[in-house]
Structures are given as C-alpha cells and as structure tokens.
Design a protein around this ligand. Structure first.
Ligand code: PBG
Ligand code: ZN
Length: 329
C-alpha cells in the first residue's frame, strides 16, 4: 500500500470544519480582555470628534457617566481615563488637586457604574503647559526624574482617595512603580494594583493621539521613552517594574512589538497588557475607508495575535466595536 498521508495532512485534518477549528483554537479574544481608553476634556459641552480617529471622541465631563454605562452594557469591564486639562501649569499640579479634573473623572466614572474597573492614566503631559510627562529642567530639554516622582506620589494619592481601582503610570520615569507602591501602602491603599506602562516606546504610532489631544506638545520624549531598536532593554524595563511591585506589565504600542511581548511573557508570571495605540487604530480605519482591507477581520486578527504573543489584556479604542462584533457572531 502506498502511504498517502502526507506530513502536512497531520495539521490539515484538524482544520476541516469550523467546529473542529473552534475545538482546537489556542487563543480567543473575549470582552473580558478589553480595556477602553476614554478622553474627557474640561470645559467642553459636546463631544469633539478626533478627525484622524473616526469614532473616537473627547467627551465632556457631563457625558462621562453615560459613556461608562454604555461601555458596561456592552460587556466592557474596564476603562482607562485620560483627562484633557485646561488648568495647565509647569508641573501639572491640577493632577494632585482633590477637586481637579483627574480626581473628578475618577469619581464620576465610579459613581456611574460602581462595578466598572476604573483605571487612571497617571501622567502629567495632559496637565503641563509644555506637554512633557513631568517637571522639565531649566533648559526645557529634559524631564527631571526624581522631582517628577515626588509629584507622581501626590497625584496617585489623590487618585486613590477619589476611588480609582487601578493605577496606570505612563510617564516612563525610573523608579515610578516603587514610588507609587510606597505612597499607596503607607496610606491604606495596599489593595490597589498598579498596571505599569513598563515597556513604552518613543513611537510615531502616537501621532494621531498627539495631534488631536496633546497639541501643545512640540518636542520629543526620546529621553524617557524607549528606543524602538532595543529588545534587550525592553525586557529589562519590564523586569525592573516587576521587581518594584508592578501587578500588570504592558507593552505599548502593540502590532510592531509582538516580539517584545512574547519575550517579556516568557520571563514573567504577571498578567501582560498591550496598548493598541492611536496610530494603529487610525491605520486600520484609513485602510478600511479606502476599501482596501476588511476592518472587522483585520481588527480581530490583530487582537488574536496579541493573545497569541502572550497578552492577557488589550487596551484598544476598538473595545466597544469588538464587544458588539462578539455579541453578533
Ligand atoms: C502620554 C500618552 C501617550 C498616549 C497617551 N498618553 C503617548 C505619548 O504621547 O507619549 C498615546 C496613546 C495613543 O497613541 O493611543 N503619556
Ligand atoms: Zn505622559
């Protein structure tokens, strides 16, 4: 008898029907994995569309409660809050004002849907007049690491007192996780987890976000965010944050950094998050609008790739759309 079983058929016999493929699928995206970023701007009364990111808006504070409830009703269990401040100064002091924008949006979101996991993006760039992620030096060319950490501790304490469920520091300051853990623990907030933007690259993929939300910023963040060329350093950055007590690690952006995600995942037992950023969103939207790609298929393939690379959580502007698609599948 001739042997008709070719080597590749060993794989193909589990692909014959959709039920078989469902049975053996290794990775699956669910709404439980998704975190929705939200931009809330002070002093506006109507949502402002972000032109490079169709479907994404800066919302007024008065609509935040509705937006949080809408996300919850779709099965989204976590939101990541960005305040866009009109009370900017050199150090971003509004972030540690108990009546300031960051504290208010945390309280509003928690009140709207107490079960929603409310995560604050803890940085200064939306609250400083120069747009950097901390206190700048005299020349205005670089961010002062340790002075920024002191302010970050004040900010995080106010966020915790406002009822935040999770702290997500995005400023890429050295020692930020240790500084946050210390201030939380001595003030009775040892139960609050920290999701670190532990490996965050200086990336052109943030372009649409900065154009739309961060227009005051003209410089670069190359002196504190990571060089896209460095894979070993990418691992070391996340390992350092794990040692300092980070509960969840993150890679940002996502699609161009799957190797980095996989490498960190192989070296940690912490849950891993990825931030599918504005440029990644905008590219898919633009491609779909041009009629050259299938939006839903591209998004789901990208999300599945994040899971395969090792991500447990996915921060994406597509979160609500994905929840809708999964509901209707
Ligand atoms: C800054 C910040 C960035 C984003 C949100 N907050 C990146 C940056 O400008 O360095 C980008 C988010 C996105 O592109 O989706 N802390
Ligand atoms: Zn920042």
């Amino acid at each position: 008898m001739t042997n008709t079983v070719t080597p590749e058929f060993r794989f193909r016999r589990l692909r014959r029907t959709s039920a078989l493929r469902d049975l053996v699928r290794e990775n699956q995206v669910t709404a439980n994995d998704l975190i929705l970023p939200l931009f809330i701007e002070e002093d506006i009364t109507e949502p402002v569309a972000i032109s490079s990111m169709p479907g994404v808006f800066r919302y007024p504070e008065s609509q935040l409660a509705d937006v949080v409830q809408r996300a919850w009703s779709k099965g989204i269990k976590a939101v990541l809050l960005f305040g866009v401040s009109t009370h900017k100064d050199a150090c971003g002091s509004d972030t540690w004002n108990k009546g300031g924008l960051m504290a208010r949006i945390i309280r509003t979101a928690k009140q709207a849907q107490p079960e929603m996991i409310v995560i604050s993006d803890n940085c200064f760039c939306e609250y400083t007049d120069h747009g950097h992620c901390g206190v700048v030096n005299e020349q205005g060319t670089d961010v002062e690491n340790d002075l920024t950490l002191e302010n970050l501790q004040k900010q995080v304490l106010v966020a915790a007192q406002a009822g935040v469920d999770m702290i997500a520091p995005s400023g890429m300051m050295d020692g930020m996780i240790l500084a946050i853990r210390q201030v939380l623990d001595v003030n009775g907030f040892s139960h609050i987890p920290v999701m670190s933007y532990s490996t965050k690259f200086a990336s052109a993929f943030y372009g649409p976000f900065r154009d739309a939300v961060d227009s005051t910023f003209k410089g670069t963040r190359d002196s504190y965010q990571m060089d896209a060329a460095n894979g070993r350093e990418a691992l070391a950055e996340s390992m350092q944050d794990e040692m300092e007590g980070a509960d969840i690690l993150m890679v940002k952006p996502g699609t161009a950094y799957l190797d980095v995600i996989a490498n960190i995942k192989a070296n940690t037992d912490r849950p891993m998050a990825v931030y599918h950023v504005s440029g990644e969103y905008a590219m898919i939207k633009a491609g779909a609008a041009a009629g050259v790609i299938d939006e839903q298929a591209i998004v789901m393939e990208t999300m599945t790739a994040f899971k395969r690379a090792g991500c447990d959580l996915i921060i994406t502007y597509y979160a609500e759309a994905i929840a809708d698609w999964l509901d209707n599948a």
